[in-house]
Ligand binder design. Sequence first.
Ligand SMILES: Cc1cc2nc3c(=O)[nH]c(=O)nc-3n(C[C@H](O)[C@H](O)[C@H](O)COP(=O)(O)OP(=O)(O)OC[C@H]3O[C@@H](n4cnc5c(N)ncnc54)[C@H](O)[C@@H]3O)c2cc1C
Length: 309
Amino acid sequence: MSEVLEQLARVLGERAKRDEPLAPYTSMRVGGPADLLVACRTADEVVRTARQAQAHGVPWLVLGSGCNVLVADAGVRGLVILNRAEQVRLADDGTVWAETGAQMAALSRQAVERGLGGLEWAAGLPGTVGGAVVGNAGAFGGDVATNLVSAQVLPRDGAAAERPGAWFDFVYRGSRIKALPTHERPVVLAATFQLRPGDPQALRAQAAEIVTWRRTRHPSGATMGSTFKNAPDAHAGRVIEGAGLKGYRIGGVKVSEQHANFFVNTGEATAADVLALMRHVQDIVERQFGIRLEPEVELVGAWGLPNEK
Ligand SMILES: Cc1cc2nc3c(=O)[nH]c(=O)nc-3n(C[C@H](O)[C@H](O)[C@H](O)COP(=O)(O)OP(=O)(O)OC[C@H]3O[C@@H](n4cnc5c(N)ncnc54)[C@H](O)[C@@H]3O)c2cc1C
């Protein structure tokens, strides 16, 4: 490990794990080691840790639950800040504030239990509030953009500031933050949503229905959720299925027989297998339908690809 990384590791103390494999921190269960990894339990800790990395000139990025990333087999150079800041506050007027390491599904559940409507769409959604804000996660007609009032954002250099929802320039599964390379992104520290009072029993029934839908329609096992975004006039899963690719396998990863936009790690997949399958699916679909599917999942870490930042 380089001297500067060693210095940062010493400053971070016992919390810092060296050469920590990242696969267990991702839903796909692939990915090599981070030079350093620190789990932060509060937003203040995230800020302090990011500042320390910045002061040492060490590249760093934030990971939530790793449900929307494909981490390279070579891992991540620099520091990975694992966001486990999970404080949540729900007010009777429907204002919901959450640190971004909180799970979206848990936030949705708490809101429903409190009789607050608006986040039912996130019932059972894997991942953290931070990952959801950055990717404008959505389902069942709802998304983050619809509910987010504002969020506290920490730039790479400078003080954290409260940013209104409009600042994020949300688009389908994207935001101004997601448009930046991972090592240049600001951190979303906390998010404020505006919900509305509703009938707890009806909200509970709706959320339960959504959870059941997910359980029955989504393949179980290690996946990244939807691999590709839906194209403007084509449902990604349907065109992949239409191209005859259900069950297609490269190494330890295959296109799910149940839902063609989900790739399943059969146990021994590498990140290179997953990327090769993504490229293959993109090429075959393009050849057959003239549509180049755009990945929804992000490549993170040392891929050694051209133009990598
Ligand atoms: C089975 C399954 C079903 C899914 N269903 C859906 C669905 O219905 N709808 C949907 O939209 N998505 C779905 N997903 C994808 C995933 O749940 C979402 O994208 C989720 O919001 C990702 O959150 P995360 O914490 O895992 O983010 P991560 O994968 O950890 O991070 C994603 C990106 O955001 C960045 N990031 C994370 N936290 C922060 C932060 N606090 N500040 C700045 N950057 C940050 C990371 O650096 C990374 O670039 C599904 C995934 C799975 C595995």
